[in-house]
Design a protein around this ligand. Sequence first.
Ligand SMILES: [Fe+2]
Ligand SMILES: [Fe+2]
Length: 213
Amino acid sequence: MCNGTREETSKNKSILEDYIATKMKMEPTTQLKAEHDSVKLALRILGVMCNRLESGQETKSKYIDELLQFLRVFADRFHHGKEEDILFRIMQEGTARDEGPIGEVMVCVAIMEHFVGRDYIKDIGEALAKYKSGDHRASARIIESSRNYIELLTQHIDKEDNILYPMADKHLSTEKQRKLAQEFETVNREKFGIDMQEEFYELLNNLKEVYLV
Ligand SMILES: [Fe+2]
Ligand SMILES: [Fe+2]
């Protein structure tokens, strides 16, 4: 029994390691799209958490905390960080302008949406603290801000996948794509590291088992 569990854990770990290694070899925008898949999964889990809270079913605060941690660190600092500090910066140096004023405006709007998302996450965190201290009326604020966040991020991801990333791929020179890939590699390996990515994929898989199966 113990052996079986250990085997299963190490099998899951090697699947995760392979996934991360494969993701890091992808083209920069393909890499970001793969990260969107994980963020979209987190949004689905958040949606189910809201439904359960609304219908009075038990939703452990611990799990909401874990999901918020994923959204703060993986979705925002890691993924949005790569967009703002690397991809969008390089696009603002020229690529976005190559599309005319619409390109530049779209990059600015995307950055602004990251800020709005941070406010929603802060709000959910504050409401959750109240909920944990026994104020169950705070669940209405958790639900409202979470649903606003889901709506914002869903359209944001759709816009990036279908307009902004293709715009970057169309205009970035091979040299700039190479620079982009190198800077992504530094964030993936040094700034955040493989262990952090592994921990968050594992956390998300565990929450998926609880909420989506
Ligand atoms: Fe974004
Ligand atoms: Fe994104």
